[in-house]
Design a protein around this ligand. Structure first.
Ligand SMILES: O=C(O)CCC(=O)C(=O)O
Length: 296
């Protein structure tokens, strides 16, 4: 496997160099970073070629239970929303994907700080499934874990053709400027304070992210987002890889799964060279749904 150790001078557990590794064509431009800072998100078409992600797409379609790793979270209507989540990175494709240099370096360019892997998720909506992700900001949950700053970015890659009919990701443009908004509970679910949401929708545009396999949406942890049910006969699969600034590791006790871990960046051709050991055979997944308000 073509891998180099990367790290961040100044961090006590990581003194490796930060040399860029991503292919120049895959690096974000200054204009893209500026757009992200203004809008709270950035969309890049064809960030991955279909050939690079085909094995993951096929595995998710073949086994939508992800080898038993899928947890169902309840939405505010009591409908199940399925997700498989992991934090530690092994040598199978689930462990390799978040380490691909273009992913890590995009996150670093957007946050403007060195990052480590916070968690990744396969977020599945089976054909005809009724579960939704209620409107929320991710930082609201991670604040509760003791992360002092909203210095997180999620890099979301489409594995299917995704549109309004199969439950595309929706993002509220500029909502990261609102700062952290209170979370309210709705039955077993939770989400952003509905009164504040109404005010925000009056002022900010909502974007529906229509995506082809390999397209990417990158969004800030204070960007409001949601997705509806899958009313189509097609699966909807997204892989979300979230990165946190190294100096923003959680301070609350009991958050070991999100503690800093050195990130071993891999060359951009790791996927095309199939430089991994199986798809999700070796991955240790986190099972959610045990705690109220949990968002991994
Ligand atoms: O996959 C989706 O549609 C959204 C997932 C999400 O919002 C989350 O995991 O926090």
């Amino acid at each position: 496997m073509s891998a180099i150790e990367t790290g961040f001078p100044g961090h006590p557990e990581s003194d490796q160099p930060t040399a860029p590794l991503a292919d120049p064509a895959n690096r974000l431009t200054d204009a893209e970073v500026a757009r992200f800072r203004a809008d709270g998100f950035l969309i890049r078409k064809n960030f991955f070629a279909v050939d690079e992600i085909a094995p993951l797409i096929e595995a998710c379609h073949r086994d939508p239970d992800i080898d038993g790793a899928v947890s169902a979270l309840s939405d505010s209507r009591g409908q199940p929303q399925e997700v498989a989540t992991w934090t530690r990175l092994g040598d199978d494709l689930c462990g390799v994907f978040p380490r691909v240099a273009r992913m890590v370096e995009a996150a670093e360019a957007l946050i403007g700080l060195p990052v480590y892997h916070w968690h990744s998720k396969l977020s599945m909506k089976r054909p005809g499934s009724s579960g939704s992700w209620d409107w929320h900001q991710d930082y609201g949950y991670w604040y509760g874990e003791g992360a002092l700053y909203p210095d997180f970015v999620t890099v979301t890659v489409a594995l299917d053709r995704i549109d309004r009919n199969n439950g595309c990701l929706k993002l509220v443009k500029g909502s990261q400027r609102c700062g952290r908004i209170d979370i309210k509970n709705f039955g077993e679910a939770s989400g952003t304070d509905p009164e504040r949401l109404t005010w925000i929708f009056e002022r900010h545009e909502t974007i529906e992210c229509t995506m082809e396999p390999g397209d990417v949406a990158m969004f800030h942890s204070n960007t409001l987002h949601a997705s509806g049910p899958n009313t189509s006969d097609r699966p909807r699969t997204l892989i979300h890889c979230t990165y946190n600034a190294i100096d923003n590791a959680p301070l609350t006790a009991g958050q070991e799964r999100h503690a800093f871990q050195p990130l071993v960046k891999l060359a951009d051709d790791a996927l095309s060279k199939r430089a991994y050991d199986g798809i999700f055979v070796n991955q240790r997944f986190v099972h959610l749904g045990l705690e109220r308000n949990e968002n991994a």
